[in-house]
Design a binder for this molecule. Sequence first.
Ligand code: SIN
Length: 314
Amino acid sequence: MKKIDISSSINGIKLSSCIMNASGVLCCTEKELSEILMSSSGAVVTKSCTMVPRKGNLEPRYFEWNIGSINSMGLPNLGIDFYLNFLDRKKPKKPFFLSISGLSIEENYQLISKANISPNINAIELNLSCPNLVEKKNQVSLGYDFEKIYDFLKNIFKFYNKPLGVKLPPYFEDFHFEKMALILNQFPICFVTCINSLPNGLFVDTNKETTVLHPKKGFGGIGGRVIKPFSLANIRKFYVSLRKDISIIGCGGICYGKDIFEHILCGASAVQVGTQFFKEGIRVFDRLKNEFISILKEKNYSSIEEFKGKLNVI
Ligand code: SIN
């Protein structure tokens, strides 16, 4: 029987499976990260961290319904030192991506400097797209600030010499895709993760006539099945406009093996699972892997390279 290989490479970083966790979901504590290390997830990415630990926003700050989720977590995390220490103690056998999300550009430089001297990190996933910071109420998130982002990346690559990926917010206008690709193509970016949650959604509890979340007057980031078409669009737009050596990690709406197939067909090299991981727990990685392998068998593909990015346009 034909052997099906679902391994992948993120710009040279080898993943035994192209399916991994998304930052933000069940990847904050020692126990959660250890569980992902022991699972069939092809890599592990941490909760986005800051210089000092944060409790995050007030509860209720997460809600899910049949086809999606809304969150306004506000970056609860144990601080960068915890994640670097975890990494040094555990010496993972799979790629370890440190997600960082400083509350300011200066804090991001500090975080990146720390990560730069850590010997065991495979890459940073720089989160440019957290929509839920109450501290930054009237500020545009960096992923939407096309003026600042160029200088920011230019400064980072003056001193940072490890692989760096960026987690982007969803874009909707052709102009924005083109502008962002033009910026990213000028730097030695290792990968982009498309997409973070759709910012400023609102979910209403009809019975109580209230918002379901407390922070930010109920507005929060939308994730899960309902955002898949936006993830696919962002993956596709960047697949055609970024340099070919910049890998794309798809994120948003992965619930079944079929969703993984679609992300890769649009150009992703790997996928991250967020809302569905939260709903289903650690078993999600085995189930998705089995479903994805079955689809490849049916379609007679033996590796993801055979169909990656090969979406036909009618
Ligand atoms: C949060 O902690 O608010 C979510 C992080 C993110 O969406 O980047």
